[in-house]
Each structure stands twice: as structure tokens, then as C-alpha cells.
Design a protein around this ligand. Structure first.
Ligand code: ZN
Length: 400
């Protein structure tokens, strides 16, 4: 009953957003049970989320995500319950890990992921292709797709990139909050005028290997340079729309159109500071502060710093000013610009410390679907957003 009440209020909130998109109006007085339809859709769809940071909780918090953890945004039982059964687990390496240290940290995260895979073969399996996702999705298991955040983790060496591919990693953001030695970040001072020549080589090698190029976090110029080089669809794994929330981490309308033309997908980030203009000032301060962190340590001391850094930053889920309706508005915005084939979910769960009201963790995902149905999206459209669009890109890039 409580859930129903929440969905009801969400639906009211969505209606108060303004006129529905032309051609997508809900049937008035249809008496449809949006919540029930949403639950059915989530039960029959392999939901894909192109960016979750839950591995940080495994590595830094020593959490057992095979059980209901009662904290954070994601664990395996909640993923299953929500039908979000193919998350992209980010191997997130803070930019203060440099050179070989960044490679070492990436391997620690890959090892942490393997520990989960080895301990719970009945619950989760590595997926390295679209057909793997579909095969695993026919079982009760979670299909784990592995991604790297960010490009500094290759330590400027294509041999390291290739080895990551052999370890089952199928996507990588080119940057994080700071520039790499070959690509400018959206939250740093431009240094390479976008992608350097070596940066172009990285994109070409990712295309050749079958790794998805992820343009979340890159500068606008790096974005356009990447789109000029790539021969495969790209993703923005966890970004939202700058027209609605003006932060450099979000996509301009021109960038969204370019991703549409490229055949790629934008995964909408649920962080309050990505979804709501009211949060922008706090977010600017936050990005600047995060980008400036540099403890100047190595080895175990650096790992201990990173653990505390993550736990301090993300341990508390704080309510904020954004709502589930804002997430719908960002999805709507992409759909209005380029249609329903180029938007997906890139929640950033467990990497964001503020979450929208009504969308507090992954178990709330059916509420988002109910709101989309109420907004007039067809079930086929919702399934593209939840799954089909990322599956298409994965197939185009990995070849199967
Ligand atoms: Zn990120």
C-alpha cells in the first residue's frame, strides 16, 4: 500500500511537469494500473544500467552484495527484484592513482569483481557480449558487464588496454574529473584541445578490440574529436542533459544529436546534481573539490586513503531537491531531440551521494517505468530505454 501511495504521488508529480510530449499522451481515463504494468515489464525485461559504482562498496567497504545490504543503492537481491539484471560494474580508479598505480588499482577492482563471481556462480555471471546478456538473462542470474573509469587506468599503454579487454572489460570512459595524458576532461582546464593523437589511437584500438567508447566525463572538444574518429556507436554511460541542468558533465543538445547520429545511447544519471538545476551550485563546488584531491601517496597508503575517501563521500544517502519527475524530464528531453532509440539508464548508483525523491535506490526502478507509461510511452519504448538500446550498442561493438 505504501508503494502504491508513492507511485500515485509520483504520477501526480509527473503530470504537473507540463504538457506531455506530442504523440505520447496517456489515454485519458484509461484506468490503467501503471504500477502493475511496470512490474510486469521489469519481470520480462533484462534491465541494463550502464554505470553503477557498487564495486567500490565491495572493495572499500568489504560488503557482501550477494545479500540484501540494507545500505547503498544496489545489491544482487535488489537488482533481481528490480529486473535490472545487466548492470555495468564500473572499475572506478580515482585520478590520484597515477601510472602503474592506476593499473594496480584496476586489477584490485577486477579481482574484487572476480571474488563476487567466484563466490556466487548461482547468482551472477560475467557477460562480455550482447548474446551473453541475453543468455544469462534467461536464467535468474545477474549478467555483469565490466567497464573502466577512467582512461588513465591504461597508463598510456595500448598493451594494458588490450589486457583489460582480455580480462573481460568491455567499455571505458576516456577521462574522469581530470585530464588524462591524452584527453581533456569536462571538469579540468583544457590541455590537449580535446583528444591527442595518442587519444585517437586509443579510440581506434577500442573500436578494433570491441570495447565501447564511453564519453561521459570528457570535455566537449574531446567528445567531438572522439565522434570524428570512432567507427562504432559510443555511449555516455552516466550523463544527463545540459539544457535542463547546466553542468559540464551533462550533454548539450548538439552532443545528444551527435550521439543520435552515431547510433549511440545516453544513460541518464540519477545524481541530484545531474538532474536538478537547484543542485547545480553545490555540484560545481563538489566537482571542483573532487578533482582537486591528490594525496601524493603510493601503495598501501594510497589504497587506505582511497578507501576512506570513498566511504566518507558516499556512505550517506542524502535526500536532495531532485525528484523522479526530473529523471523523466531528462529522458523526455533526449527523446524529443533524437527519438527513443538513444536513451537509457546510467544511474551512477553507489557513486552518487544524493538521489532523487522517489528513486532512492535500484528497487525503485519500476516506479520510473510506471511514470514513463503514465507519460504515454509505449511498453516497446520503455523496453528500449531499459534494455534494448544498450543491447544494440553492445552487439554493434562486441560483434555478437
Ligand atoms: Zn563518473
Amino acid at each position: 500500500m505504501i508503494r502504491r501511495a508513492i507511485v500515485g504521488s509520483v504520477i501526480l508529480a509527473v503530470f504537473s511537469l507540463g504538457p506531455a510530449i506530442a504523440g505520447r499522451q496517456a489515454v485519458p481515463g484509461g484506468g490503467q494500473d501503471f504500477a502493475a504494468r511496470a512490474r510486469r515489464i521489469h519481470a520480462e525485461t533484462i534491465g541494463i544500467d550502464s554505470h553503477i559504482d557498487t564495486l567500490q562498496r565491495v572493495l572499500n567497504g568489504k560488503e557482501d552484495i550477494s545479500r540484501r545490504t540494507g545500505k547503498g543503492h544496489v545489491d544482487l537481491p535488489r537488482l533481481k527484484e528490480a529486473g535490472m539484471r545487466a548492470p555495468f560494474f564500473a572499475l572506478y580508479v580515482p585520478t590520484y592513482y597515477k601510472g602503474a598505480e592506476a593499473v594496480r588499482r584496476t586489477l584490485q577492482l577486477r579481482d574484487a569483481m572476480q571474488s563476487v563471481l567466484d563466490a556466487h556462480p548461482d547468482q551472477i555471471e560475467l557477460a562480455v557480449s550482447a548474446s551473453d546478456i541475453e543468455r544469462i538473462g534467461k536464467t535468474e542470474k545477474i549478467a555483469a558487464v565490466l567497464t573502466i573509469e577512467s582512461g588513465h587506468a591504461i597508463a598510456d599503454d595500448l598493451a594494458v588496454l588490450r589486457t583489460y579487454h582480455r580480462l573481460g572489460i568491455r567499455s571505458m570512459t576516456l577521462t574522469h574529473f581530470r585530464n588524462t595524458n591524452w584527453a581533456d576532461s569536462s571538469t579540468d582546464t583544457p590541455q590537449h584541445n580535446g583528444l591527442s593523437d595518442f587519444g585517437r589511437e586509443v579510440v581506434r584500438e577500442m573500436n578494433r578490440l570491441g570495447m565501447i567508447v564511453d564519453i561521459s566525463h570528457v570535455s566537449d572538444k574531446t567528445f567531438s574529436d572522439t565522434l570524428a574518429v570512432t567507427t562504432r556507436p559510443v555511449i555516455a554511460s552516466h550523463s544527463s542533459c545540459r539544457a535542463l541542468t547546466d553542468v559540464p558533465r551533462n550533454m548539450t543538445d548538439d552532443m545528444i544529436r551527435a550521439v543520435g547520429k552515431n547510433g549511440g545511447v545516453i544513460g541518464i544519471n540519477f545524481g541530484g546534481n545531474f538532474l536538478s538545476q537547484k543542485e547545480v551550485e553545490a555540484s560545481r563546488r563538489n566537482f571542483a573539490a573532487r578533482a582537486a584531491v591528490d594525496p601524493g601517496l603510493t601503495g598501501r597508503a594510497l589504497d587506505e586513503f582511497a578507501t576512506k575517501d570513498y566511504l566518507d563521500t558516499y556512505s550517506a544517502m542524502r535526500p536532495n531537491l531532485s525528484t523522479l519527475g526530473d529523471a523523466v524530464a531528462h529522458i523526455d528531453h533526449v527523446v524529443k531531440l533524437v527519438g527513443v532509440d538513444h536513451v537509457g539508464i546510467g544511474s551512477d548508483w553507489d557513486g552518487i551521494s544524493t538521489v532523487p525523491a522517489g528513486l532512492e535506490d535500484v528497487s525503485r526502478m519500476p516506479h520510473l517505468t510506471a511514470a514513463l507509461l503514465e507519460r504515454g510511452y509505449s511498453e516497446a519504448d520503455v523496453k528500449k530505454i531499459l534494455s534494448g538500446n544498450f543491447l544494440r550498442v553492445m552487439r554493434a561493438v562486441t560483434g555478437r
